[in-house]
Design a protein around this ligand. Structure first.
Ligand code: PRT
Ligand code: ZN
Length: 299
């Protein structure tokens, strides 16, 4: 197919988002082969290629129209967006869809012995970060006069080195902060991986593939937690059992041959099904309970 008719998606080459991003594309049906230079994955069964790059370059590649789409953390998207605006340029990427992985938060953390009650305590302090634009906006919005110390990495050791009083960095489990005797005190930005696109019009063929991918991403996200439940239940217990099935609207109720008092119930549950739920169903009279994973779903 004509090169111009192929969608190009920028994905992180090696890092926290790489496996999830490629896995999402594969779940959307993509089969790819990796090029010799390892930088381009060629879509074999769809007109969609994946460019593997550093995550910080992804918004720029979409901005410069080198790629049509990108998968990147909302933290990076927001930092770039504010950077473009500060330089008087218009950010040209559009956030399309949160992808439900790569979750983290940009947070303020203070040394354990720092007495912190409110953001006011940051007045006059030096805050080390790799996200100066997002942090500066947060400080401005809160009317806090702190100095932003821009670092390119290893932010968590800045207070110990005397380069800053407190830090503003990404946190997921909190163990890095703990190891460095820091305490999280404020959330500046909640983040997760996002799909971004160019606002430039795509050819009809590309636009149509993009829409198909968006629907498939929706489908992938819906099945992630979904389970298919089958069970037998006394007719009299149906109301109670329906109430216990998590996130299912209309279960299918099937009569059981030769047993007028019992029915089979089949339902798609859009939430995870825990042992507690199964125990509750059993206590309500259900038997022969089966829980199956859902492979694909198209509403
Ligand atoms: O080489 P490249 O530039 O592509 O990679 P990178 O090193 O810049 O990025 P990478 O792979 O570390 O992170 C990519 C994206 O993953 C980030 O932009 C976030 O959107 C997301 N993400 C999710 C995280 C974290 N969780 C995370 N915990 N990114 C970084 N961290 C770091 C954080 O900076 C800190 O050093 O992990 C440490 C804290 O983790 P916890 O679990 O100890 O709290
Ligand atoms: Zn990076």
């Amino acid at each position: 197919m004509d090169k111009e008719q192929r969608l190009k998606v920028a994905v992180q080459k090696t890092g926290r988002l790489t496996d999830h991003s490629l896995d999402l594309l594969v779940r959307c049906g993509l089969k790819y082969s990796r090029g010799k230079d390892q930088l381009l994955c060629y879509g074999e069964n769809m007109p969609l290629d994946v460019l593997l790059v550093r995550d910080d370059d992804i918004p720029d590649l979409v901005q410069e129209d080198v790629c049509d789409l990108g998968i990147v953390g909302a933290n990076v998207v927001e930092e770039k967006r504010l950077g473009f605006i500060a330089r008087g340029a218009a950010p040209l990427f559009i956030e399309m869809q949160p992808l439900d992985f790569g979750r983290c938060r940009l947070a303020i953390a203070v040394p354990e012995d720092f007495s912190y009650r409110s953001p006011r305590d940051l007045d006059g302090r030096r805050i080390a970060t790799t996200y100066p634009n997002i942090l500066s906006r947060w400080l401005r919005d809160g009317g806090i006069a702190a100095e932003v110390v821009v670092l390119s990495g290893a932010v968590e050791i800045a207070p110990r080195l005397g380069r800053a009083d407190v830090i503003c960095d990404l946190v997921s489990t909190g163990s890095t902060l703990k190891a460095n005797h820091l305490r999280e005190v404020e959330t500046v930005l909640e983040s997760q991986a996002m799909l971004i696109r160019t606002p430039l019009p795509l050819s009809p063929a590309k636009e149509s593939w993009l829409n198909r991918m968006l629907l498939r991403i929706d489908g992938v996200q819906q099945v992630k937690e979904s389970k298919y439940i089958m069970l037998h239940a006394p007719r009299a217990a149906l109301a109670a059992i329906r109430h216990l099935l998590p996130g299912s609207e209309y279960p299918t109720v099937i009569p059981l041959e030769g047993n007028p008092d019992k029915v089979a119930v089949h339902a798609v549950c859009r939430e995870n099904v825990f042992w507690e739920t199964l125990e509750g169903l059993k206590a309500a009279g259900a038997s022969a309970i089966l829980v199956l994973p859902v492979e694909k779903m198209l509403a």
